[in-house]
Write a protein that binds this ligand. Structure first.
Ligand code: FAS
Length: 388
């Protein structure tokens, strides 16, 4: 097995295959330090924790992660809290920064004797419809190399070699640009709320998500194509405080902004996820907007489904799991995409002519009111918000 990419998908897959005695190697273009410090997701779904627990990969998150089950919506009409951990399936998130999880997974894989070639970029995947697909790589010293295996797992994200290897006619590419961008901020300051904060404001969305006791992630709806450095820190804090109604509900804890990135809210799904001996998982399979904290959770889920299917095939000659792999994952992917789309429409007004905006904004107000008042709507929200 050759696994492209040492993110959540590639590392969960590598750990599970290695434990089952499957000879596998992970090829990762970045260096180890970059992989272990790249801040991204932070909310692990209950099912993700169950998967990691099942395979003995959850020690770190139990030691340092924190249960989280409340979100707070703030609008011009007031605020309300949803203790989603006590609604729906009564499940909570565990707040555990993705870089901590990746470090745990990487360390456990290497400690168990797993092989990761850092600084090794997959350039192309060939002969994917044969039983000996090959991966051409660029090694750290710039030379070309080639790996051959029975299967290749494309866990190298939306811009990796696995997606590039797919012929245009071989894949249905469902794509949606939601027309909204966020300025993602990591701030060296404790959380300002004991909840995920979603602020719906006429000037745009603002979000607050705990990461660690000392670092908090904020999001600000942002002009598309503006560089991450365009706004001064004063302007950022001014907008955050205005949109989150800090004057009414309490100040935000300011701190040093240690990371800025502009995230354009886009979603896409490739169908199918299997192309002969090449299998896609994680962001290589589908990209989902961070509005509902699903991407890393889907990556872990798909990696477990793929690992089981590959072990059945390679150890027992049973190809059923691989035959069903794509359909099984796509069911979960589309359910997550549907909820993420709902969240995007709840949190943002559409860019568009006034008539359309006013109609959409009235719909949004009604949706938020339903979420505030209807128990069945709250149960539906909780089940989908934490579920994957
Ligand atoms: P990853 O992108 O994590 O890993 C792919 C790996 O492949 C990388 O290490 C990359 O270096 C490597 N690679 C790429 N091309 C290669 C090549 N040609 N050869 C070898 N290696 C190659 N998700 C959430 O659930 N919640 C959030 O709050 C959230 N916030 C996010 C914020 C930002 C700014 C971003 C960018 C994403 C966010 N996500 C969030 C989504 C994100 O966490 C992904 O869903 C998750 O990392 C997917 O995991 P992988 O599929 O393993 O891909």
């Amino acid at each position: 097995m050759v696994i492209l990419g040492a993110g959540p998908a590639g590392l969960v897959l590598g750990n599970l295959l290695h434990r089952s005695g499957i000879d596998c190697v992970v090829l990762e273009r970045a260096g180890r330090a970059h992989v272990q410090t790249r801040a991204r997701a932070g909310f692990l779904a209950a099912n993700t924790v169950r998967i990691l627990d099942r395979h003995g990969l959850a020690e770190g998150l139990h030691r340092r992660g924190r249960a989280h089950g409340t979100c707070e919506f703030r609008t011009e009409g007031g605020r309300f809290r949803l203790d989603y951990g006590g609604l729906g399936l009564r499940e909570q998130h565990v707040v555990y920064p993705q870089q901590y999880l990746v470090t745990d997974l990487l360390t456990q894989f290497l400690d168990a004797g797993g092989r990761i070639h850092f600084g090794t970029e997959a350039v192309s995947v060939r002969a994917m419809h044969s039983t000996r697909p090959s991966v051409t790589v660029r090694t750290p010293d710039g030379r070309r190399g080639r790996w051959q295996a029975r299967y290749v797992a494309g866990c190298d994200g939306r811009h990796g070699a696995a997606r590039r290897a797919l012929a245009p006619g071989a894949v249905r590419h469902h794509h949606r640009d939601h027309g909204v961008s966020w300025l993602g901020l990591l701030v060296e300051a404790p959380p300002s709320l004991d909840a995920v904060g979603y602020a719906v404001h006429e000037r745009g969305f603002a979000g607050h998500m705990a990461r660690t006791p000392d670092v908090t992630r904020y999001y600000l709806q942002y002009e598309r194509d503006s560089p991450a450095g365009a706004w001064s820190e004063d302007r950022i804090w001014g907008e955050l405080e205005l949109r989150m109604h800090a004057a009414d509900y309490g100040p935000l804890h300011r701190g040093r902004i240690v990371q800025r990135s502009v995230v354009s809210l886009e979603s896409d799904v490739l169908e199918p996820l299997r192309h002969g001996s090449l299998l896609l998982a994680g962001d290589a399979a589908s990209v989902i907007s961070p509005s509902a904290a699903k991407g890393a959770n889907l990556a872990v889920l798909e990696a477990e489904i793929l690992a089981r299917a590959l072990v059945d095939d390679l150890t027992h000659g049973d190809g059923q799991g691989l035959a069903r792999y794509s359909a099984r994952c796509l069911t979960h992917i589309w359910r997550a995409q549907e909820f993420s789309q709902w969240m995007i429409q709840l949190l943002h007004g559409p860019p568009g002519p006034d008539g359309e905006s006013s109609f959409h904004n009235c719909l949004r107000t009604s949706r938020i009111e339903s979420l505030r008042t209807s128990r069945s709507q709250q149960d539906w929200f909780a089940e989908n918000y934490v579920g994957v």
